[in-house]
Ligand binder design. Structure first.
Ligand code: FES
Length: 129
């Protein structure tokens, strides 16, 4: 069942907008003038994806930089390992980061749910199933 979730001018070209409808958290993405709807939470550790970046059809998570295809929901890449350059850290902090890296290496990055979208007049309609 399609329901109105936003007005078309609320999702700028190349932009994103988070909405909640029927209890589902969704991000609307405007790629090349077409609106796509995907699950809002990252398939890695649930970061809010509208705070990431949208470059064409690729959405990059703001937390660990996994990337997703907004047209299919497919996870294109895993989290990017931390890189603080050559800046030395205190040993205790470095040990903590190594511990986090170990924990993160065992967390899978899942594909995102996608939702059908249609435009009716100036309304963005999403089928939340
Ligand atoms: S929460 Fe998105 S990549 Fe980790």
């Amino acid at each position: 069942m399609f329901v109105e979730v936003a007005k078309i001018d609320e999702v700028a070209s190349g932009g994103m907008k988070a909405v909640v409808v029927a209890g589902k958290e969704i991000v609307l993405c405007n790629y090349d003038g077409r609106i796509y709807a995907i699950g809002r939470r990252c398939g890695h550790m649930n970061a809010p994806l509208e705070m990431g970046t949208l470059d064409g059809y690729i959405l990059t998570c703001p937390m660990h930089h996994s990337q997703f295809d907004i047209t299919t929901g497919e996870a294109l890449s895993k989290p990017v390992p931390r890189d603080f350059g050559n800046e030395p850290f205190p040993e205790s902090l470095d040990n903590y980061f190594q511990y986090l890296d170990t924990l993160m290496s065992d967390i899978k990055t899942y594909d995102l749910e996608t939702f059908p979208v249609k435009i009716e007049g100036d309304s963005v309609m999403v089928d939340v199933k």
